[in-house]
Write a protein that binds this ligand. Structure first.
Ligand SMILES: Nc1ncnc2c1ncn2[C@@H]1O[C@H](COP(=O)(O)OP(=O)(O)OP(=O)(O)O)[C@@H](O)[C@H]1O
Length: 491
């Protein structure tokens, strides 16, 4: 298979005006009687049905080597769209062209016969996915080893836990030499170790130029895996763009009582930015109340998905660190990527970032302490307020987030016209790099987050290397090497 770099823009999946309309039966019994009824009525459609359009005139092109994330609220049409691409559901109108072998991990265990053993299901599944008998025999051991099912391979799949079923299904999917992998939420049921293994495999597949479509409610997973994301709502694509932008807007959508109305202007602004080539703004989400980006908008190429361990973070940043102080002077404290919403009930009026000596700065050595100050002004009474901060990396991944709620603090209600000063003091135990600070002022109403004001990706700052090390975190470490006295004696 050619690598993603060799044929970067080859379209492997194209959808043109794809619509899926389901017939909904008001009375389930009428559905069973429908064929007879049709005979009696001379082929006229049965009564008591209505049409429901789950996917509306979607046109999309997905290129080889792309990892496309699809997010959206429950019932948005994500699974229906995936099923149509996988070929298990036919579109009502429109066309779908798929070039290459597709392996799909849709509803968990949907490709398995529960009464068959794991072994039998591997044969069945791999054959359905297009492998010949000799190919299955050749890959069988690798599939079993990858799944980690062990001796359970000869037990019926109905006796498997959901995690075991996932392991087996995923193992088959990644061993059938598929050009396109379609995954619907499934990874969420695996344990952390298996999820890690899955993500490493997916990253490897992307590097090999394979294409992945990935549905998830986990915005961080979408930002980690994908270079492009799509926001689906009521069967329509509202936005296709950087995972950071798309998850930011999704976050607003799921927390706003006004639904799509709440994001209409944001969508228009983003589309305009895209059209005028300004790139995108912003970033990502939850009760943490916040998020950031230069960020995930500027997605790295697929080949850069896994951080090469051979590169020392300190080496990467060393050449840049000299320039940072100069660059720092030219930074605006408030990033031009800021994405804010809410603000009617109260506003986070100012945000400032300083070092531990209260000096405004935008570059800090790894491991130092920073202070983030907010000045909030209430327009109306804000009972039980929660103040939140999130730090994200340049891809929009949440590096750290906290809030007064998580810290068991109960700040007082704020009266109309009341002003609140909030100070976060953070120990920056991160590696050298570019980061963004997001801030949130929210409250919980019946367990739901009510946004007072969110300012995502408000401040961009740099962290400079403190030592030679690598990885994501700055964990100052001492190393002691001892040679026991006995080992010093010559043999
Ligand atoms: N076979 C079907 N018959 C009738 N309606 C259906 C059928 N399959 C899906 N739908 C409806 O189509 C809409 C989209 O469903 P779909 O499962 O694609 O959404 P989704 O975005 O994957 O949701 P979730 O996040 O909850 O999994 C829903 O309103 C659902 O009830």
């Amino acid at each position: 298979m050619p690598s993603a770099e060799e044929s970067p823009s080859e379209t492997v999946i194209s959808l043109h005006g794809v619509t899926k309309t389901y017939t909904i039966w008001d009375d389930p019994a009428a559905r069973l009687m429908a064929p007879l009824r049709r005979l009696w009525s001379g082929g006229k459609p049965a009564a008591a049905t209505r049409q429901f359009t789950a996917v509306k005139a979607i046109s999309l092109a997905i290129t080889r080597g792309e990892c496309l994330g699809i997010i959206g609220r429950n019932g948005a049409g994500k699974s229906t769209l995936l099923q149509m691409i996988a070929g298990t559901v036919q579109p009502s109108t429109g066309t779908i062209a798929v070039h290459g072998r597709v392996a799909a991990l849709l509803e968990l265990g949907s490709g398995f016969n529960p009464d068959f053993t794991g072994r039998e299901n591997i044969h069945l599944n791999a054959a359905i996915l297009g492998l010949t008998k000799p190919e299955i025999a050749q890959k069988f051991d690798a599939i079993v080893a990858y799944s980690g099912i062990g001796e359970f391979i000869d037990q019926p799949v109905r006796t498997y836990s959901s995690g075991m079923t996932l392991r087996l299904a995923f193992a088959v999917c990644v061993h059938v030499d598929a050009d396109i992998l379609i995954i619907d939420e499934a990874l969420a049921v695996g344990d952390a170790r298996f999820q890690f293994k899955c993500h490493a495999t997916l990253e490897q597949m992307l590097k090999e130029g394979r294409t992945i479509i990935f549905v998830s409610h986990d915005t961080n997973a979408v930002k980690r895996m994908c270079r492009t994301a799509v926001l689906l709502e009521r069967g329509e694509v509202l936005l296709k763009g950087s995972p950071n932008d798309v998850t930011n807007i999704y976050t607003k959508l799921i927390t706003s009582p006004h639904g799509v109305e709440a994001i209409r202007d944001d969508l228009a602004a983003l589309r305009q930015r895209t059209e005028t080539g300004e790139g995108r703004p912003h970033s990502g989400e939850a009760i943490d109340g916040t998020n950031s980006s230069e960020s995930a908008g500027a997605q790295p190429p697929a080949s850069s998905l896994p951080a090469p361990a051979s590169l020392l973070a300190s080496d990467l940043a060393a050449s840049a660190s000299e320039n940072l102080l100069t660059e720092e002077r030219s930074h605006q404290q408030i990033s031009d990527k800021e994405y804010a919403y809410g603000g009617e009930m109260g506003r986070i009026e100012t945000v400032t970032l300083t070092d531990a000596d209260d000096q405004p700065r935008l570059a800090f050595p790894a491991g130092s302490r920073i202070r983030v100050r907010l000045s909030c002004l209430a327009a109306q009474t804000i009972p039980d307020p929660i103040y939140a901060l999130t730090i994200k990396d340049v891809r929009g991944q949440e590096i750290y987030g906290t809030n007064t709620y998580f810290q068991n603090q109960s700040p007082p209600s704020v009266p109309p016209g009341g002003r609140v000063e909030v100070r976060f003091e953070v120990q920056l135990n991160v590696q050298a790099g570019v980061y963004f600070i997001s801030l949130g002022w929210v409250r919980l109403v019946n367990g739901e987050v009510q946004v007072i004001h969110r300012r995502y990706d408000s401040i961009r700052f740099d962290v400079m290397p403190r030592d030679k090390s690598f990885g994501l975190a700055h964990c100052p470490t001492t190393i002691e090497v001892k040679m026991p006295a006995s080992a010093q004696r010559p043999a």
